[in-house]
Design a protein around this ligand. Structure first.
Ligand code: SAM
Length: 252
């Protein structure tokens, strides 16, 4: 992965898939559209069939050893990646349930790259030699099996796109979301003050910034303890943190 901490001036992402059109509408919407319009992100969608060499444009074949399901052939994928990555400096990612789990840390790290190639599988997956010879990193978006890698690639592009400079109106706001500080996000309220027999916590109306920050931190801590205790176990809690959790009955 990239060794610097500076975001690239422009990131190029090539998506190689059997059904790349799945990604097209999302790329024309919201923050992903904004980062592309601002020339911070270029996404090229490629159909693997364009590199098929036989007259039927076939990209899959039966598995050696028998069994159900088809395998994506190596030749079209090798040809496609050679064409998309002639200088061999791109980071080639295979989306697969066998990959490293996608976390905000992985997203931040990949957002420092200047060229990603996202390889999307279908059927039983790709010929193993693709993984051995071409793939830099394997990424999973969760412990479940999708029918293809296209949606997983879109998840990855969306998560990366929104941390690129210029993606959000207020760039800082990406850095106070869930996971950016290893805690889940604190609760949010907007107008009206009273709604559905429920009010907005007094402190948020006080204008006292220090107290507001303290409240938000405590709420984020409590929410993480309640919803994702596994995340909290990885953190070193201060005495103050322990007090907050004990007072909320979330720690003995
Ligand atoms: N036989 C494969 C296995 O058990 O690992 C699953 C193949 S799956 C039906 C077809 C394709 O969907 C995979 O090659 C991969 O590109 C994509 N895919 C499925 N689940 C995924 C996940 N959780 N994360 C990322 N990609 C996934």
């Amino acid at each position: 992965m990239a060794d610097g901490f500076r975001k690239p001036i422009k990131m190029r992402v090539d998506v190689l898939a059997l059904f790349p059109e799945i990604l097209a509408p999302a790329l024309k919407t919201g923050i992903l559209k904004r980062v592309q319009d601002a020339d911070k992100l270029i996404v090229n969608l490629h159909n693997l069939r364009d590199w098929a060499t036989d007259k039927h444009k076939s990209v899959d074949d039966y598995p050696y050893g028998g069994g159900a399901g088809m395998i994506l052939k190596p030749e079209p994928i090798f040809a496609a990646i050679a064409a998309l990555n002639p200088e061999t400096n791109a980071h080639v990612i295979y989306l697969t349930p066998q990959g490293i789990p996608l976390t905000q840390g992985v997203v931040e790290s990949l957002s420092l790259e200047s060229h990603l190639i996202l390889l999307c599988g279908r059927y039983k997956g790709v010929d193993e030699r693709v993984r051995h010879r071409l793939v830099t990193t394997e990424v999973s978006i969760g412990d479940y099996v999708l029918s293809g890698g296209e949606i997983a690639a879109l998840v990855l592009i969306d998560a990366i796109g929104r941390v690129l400079p210029g993606a959000l109106g207020d760039y800082e706001s990406a850095h106070v979301d869930s996971f950016s500080h290893e805690l889940l996000d604190h609760p949010h309220y907007t107008r009206p003050v009273e709604f559905a027999d429920s009010g907005v916590p007094e402190v948020l109306l006080s204008g006292h910034h220090e107290n507001i920050e303290k409240w938000r931190y405590a709420e984020a801590l409590k929410r993480t303890a309640k919803c994702r205790p596994d995340l909290l176990q990885k953190l070193e809690l201060s005495e103050e943190d322990v007090e907050i959790l004990k007072a909320a009955g979330l720690m003995e």
